[in-house]
Design a binder for this molecule. Sequence first.
Ligand code: FAD
Length: 444
Amino acid sequence: SKTIHVIGGGLAGCEAAWQIAKRGLSVTLHEMRPHRPTPAHQTDGLAELVCSNSLRSDDADYNAVGLLHEEMRRAGSLIMDCADRNKVPAGGALAVDRDGFSASVEQALLAQGNVTIMREEIAGLPPAAWEQVVIATGPLTSAPLAEAIRGITGEDSLAFFDAIAPIIHKDSIDFSKAWFQSRYDKGEGSDYINCPLSKDEYYAFIDALLAGEKVPFHEWEKDTPYFEGCLPVEVMAERGRETLAYGPGKPVGLTNPNGPKPYAVVQLRQDNKLGTLYNMVGFQTKLRHGEQARIFRMIPGLENAEFARLGGLHRNTFVNGPRVLDATLRLKAQPRLRLAGQITGCEGYVESSAIGLLAGLAAAAEALATDFVAPPATTALGAILAHVTGGAHADTYQPMNINFGLFPPAPERDERGKKIKGRDRKKLYSDRARADLEPWLSQI
Ligand code: FAD
């Protein structure tokens, strides 16, 4: 049978190679380190964790990433197996000895027999003779390959930086203060959620933004271009105390049904098709995460906001998944190329590994001429796959961690009509996911 080529020996590439090899197919894994380093990797090991040694919460009942861990273990994940075997104490989190973890991944792949590891950069489009390729080159994909992918997807569909505005769970917004309305009632007329600020509230907010502690850029990120269209909100505030009130926060074309005409507004736009998540329009930021939560909760209506993700600005190569990928993670424009890991627009070690697992299953199914069955949308695996292949809106697409806001909403009330809140609601998501994963597992 023909060889499947996996480019990138990071978390996603190793997981994909493992899933393919486990199904009896031969795999060549191409990793450019140590010949060509990245600005963040320190070693020449496969599956190197570039920063924290934590794979985050291991609580599968109440935490979406913990649930993703459990689902990946049940689906035979190499990354989860090696993480479990190299676990170090970290309370409820799954943290690992990073060198032991990396070595375990490499040993497991080598022991597989049908995996060849080549230390070389693929500097441009993979050779035409390679009929099936998985590209898992991550947030720091080398420039010639990134440019080649950009050539296929089009300039607007591959980014070199993320500029992330915070995303909020809609059900944590206080609608006795906030209201739905589009400026001048354009579009559907109620596409945006608006939060009103009085003059005093506005100035207090600007002062907090200016004083808030920011995250410095890494040395190799210093030449980050600020695109005028997506300046960090605090940089906009530095240009003048009125810049926001006259810019994205101008209150024109809006009527506040809950009180007086505001001095400025903060608008939120629907972020996923399910309508469970809303992003803060124009609020990409380098503020520290703790500062973001504190300062953004000063906005009327957002006092109890729960953040599905906080803002940031990083070097990060990723495609516009919903626009350019098909349901099995292949580039629509060139289906022999399948993407996996963070380059698809998921975010984080675990999520990248999960998309590697699914890309591996899809590649193997294609090579074996069987159908790839996607995991149900109610599972964590299904939710993260849906995000990168079409659940998110293409025009505001930004990388995302797994969270329950990406799942189809669980019932809000029990049989007696009582509201299900907090931990109980999270448990509903996990229980439903567990039940729905079972039949899928028997199909893979
Ligand atoms: P990677 O793990 O980066 O693997 C990609 C591999 O492809 C690399 O080994 C690279 O050398 C190789 N490669 C690139 N181009 C080529 C080429 N042309 N030919 C051959 N090989 C190539 N996530 C977290 O969950 N927690 C964190 O604390 C965290 N901190 C981060 C800090 C930084 C500075 C960065 C950049 C990212 C961080 N992330 C973190 C995100 C994390 O890096 C990714 O989620 C994860 O590593 C992505 O996995 P991946 O397999 O897609 O990419």
